[in-house]
Every structure is written in C-alpha cells, then in structure tokens.
Design a protein around this ligand. Structure first.
Ligand SMILES: [Zn+2]
Length: 315
C-alpha cells in the first residue's frame, strides 16, 4: 500500500437553543461557525479537505457558510438525530427516536422531509449521510439507497451503545457497498459506506458503560481519560488497515461543531493538531502517502468494489 485516503469529517449539530438543553451541539450559531471554519482551516493546513454532515436546521441557518465551503472543495452531506429534529420540527412528538429505532416507513418519511430542507438550503438534494451516534438498523441502508443517497459514513465498527441503537459488533471495517438486509456485511446496494476508523485492538468501556474502540476524534481526551495516546491510535489504525489491505483504504476521522477550533489555546483544538501530526507521522514512518479526500470520492470508489464472494457456512 503506497497511498491511503484521509477523510476528515465533522458532524454539524443544531444549536442547543433549537434542539434540547441536554443535546450535544454549539450553544449558538456563531459558535458553530467558528468551529466549522477553524476545523476546515486546520485540516487544510495539513492538505486535507473536510466532509461536513449537517443537521437540517443547521444547514438552513448556515446555508451560505456551507455553500461557500462546498465551493472551496469541502463536501457537505446530511446528518440526522431524529429526536433533535423532532423537537425543532414536530414539537418533540413525531420521530422522538434514534435513527436505528425507526421503521423503514418512518425512516423514509423523515429523510424525505429532511432532504427537502437540505435541498432548499443547498440548491441540490443531499447525496451522503451519517446518522447521529451511528445509530442504524438493518433497514437503514435500504432506505438510504432507495432515496438516492450515493453513500455516507453510517457505521462505527465495534461500537456498542445499545440505548442509542448503535450496535456495530462484527461489522465490515473498510469502505464497501452496503447490504440490503444485514447492516454488518458488504452487499450490492448502490450505497457506498465508509466506516469510522477505529483502533480495533482494544474495546474500551466509558464510565457510562458504553463500549467502543478508540478513534481519531479530538473531542475525547483519549490520553487523559483512557491512557491511549494519539500516536498509538494512529499507528494501530494504520497497521490494521494495511494488514486488511482493502480495495479502498481510508483513515476516517470525526469531530463535532461545538469546539473552539479557532482558539489555539483550546484543548480540543490542540488535540486536533496532535492527532493530525500523529496521523501524518504514522503514515510517513510506514512509507504510505496520506491523500486528503471526501466521503463523495470514497463512496464512489466503494461502489465500484464487487461484493465479496463468501463461502457458505454449513453450520
Ligand atoms: Zn450528531
């Protein structure tokens, strides 16, 4: 492997004023804008464009910002926490759920509604999607493909957050075409999924009991809270991708629009730079060139990968 794609993503939440006081998100739109612009500027200084997954009320409130970012080569897709959207659009009643709670009919109706709002803001329908907390069920990919989405970042390998319906044990860790009936495996749906990159060598348990491997996010203080350095995370993830040698090798990082990425003294901003230094350093030491790209490119490449031939298990 001589090159590896790098996709730096951010989920752009609604401000807590429009969703719910306990929700994650910037306290106001100005903070969200600072986060987005600061994040994009730092990623660019390392040669990487960004992929923004944006919640419907956020894309409506900040349409000019995201249109400008798209013109500059960043990628803009749709993000969705049904229950946040519910508080904004349906007085907390319809869709008071996580994405993986929704039936096929509910998910279809909600995404059609949200896509129309996205279209209004951006002048085109959304083509890429990420659900809040990577919450999904076995109907999710089928719904997304039927609505015309080309791809997204829907899975977080080995994450088990049962209460948000984000359960990805045993799932495909590299970009692939999604499967119509079983979300953990590759299939032949016209939807290219880019899993979140994670260090699968160890599953961590958060104080709230949630289980997940470490990933690239600067949001979490991995060294302080879990004793895991960004160097170890970057080296382990890269080594695991190289060992698997997938058709579409990628390092997919995530963050959120609620941190002060324009303030060099902010600890999250500092961790973002450490992470990018370590990601770049791990690639350099391994002799692999990191090439910045977006989910649009990864999804199209994943769509060209033939579904794997698997031997039937006669058990
Ligand atoms: Zn989110």
């Amino acid at each position: 492997m001589r090159e590896i794609s790098v996709v730096i993503t951010m989920d752009c939440e609604p401000s807590t004023a429009t969703s719910h006081p306990r929700a994650t998100g910037p306290r106001d739109w100005a903070m969200g804008e600072r986060a987005v612009l600061g994040y994009a500027a730092i990623a660019r200084s390392y040669g990487f464009p960004c992929t923004f997954f944006v919640h419907p009320e956020t894309i409506l409130a900040q349409a000019d910002l995201f249109r400008a970012l798209e013109r500059e080569g960043h990628c803009v897709g749709l993000h969705m926490h049904p229950w946040k959207y519910s508080f904004w659009r349906h007085e907390g009643e319809r869709y008071r759920a996580h994405f993986g709670d929704l039936s096929e009919a509910e998910a279809t109706a909600l995404l059609a509604e949200a896509s129309a709002l996205f279209h209004e803001a951006m002048g085109r329908p959304p083509l890429w999607f990420r659900p809040g907390t990577f919450s999904a069920n076995d109907a999710s990919f089928r719904v997304l493909a039927a609505l015309g989405f080309r791809g997204g970042s829907v899975s977080a390998p080995e994450r088990v957050y049962r209460e948000t319906r984000s359960v990805w044990s045993g799932c495909e860790p590299d970009p692939h075409r999604a499967h119509a009936t079983f979300r953990q495996i590759a299939g032949d749906l016209p939807f290219g999924n880019m899993p979140l990159s994670a260090d699968l060598s160890r599953i961590l348990t958060a104080p709230n009991g949630r289980r997940m491997p470490a990933d690239f996010r600067p949001d979490t203080d991995w060294p302080g809270q879990y004793g895991v350095s960004y160097r170890a995370i970057a080296e382990n993830i890269l080594a695991q991708v190289r060992q698997r040698d997938p058709a579409v090798p990628v390092l997919n990082a995530i963050s959120h629009n609620m941190f002060e990425y324009r303030d060099p003294a902010d600890p999250v901003c500092q961790r973002f730079k450490v992470m990018l230094d370590e990601l770049s350093g791990a690639c350099e030491r391994a002799g692999v060139k990191p090439v910045g790209t977006t989910v649009a490119d990864i999804a199209e490449r994943a769509l060209r990968v033939a579904p794997p031939e698997e031997e039937f298990a006669y058990i």
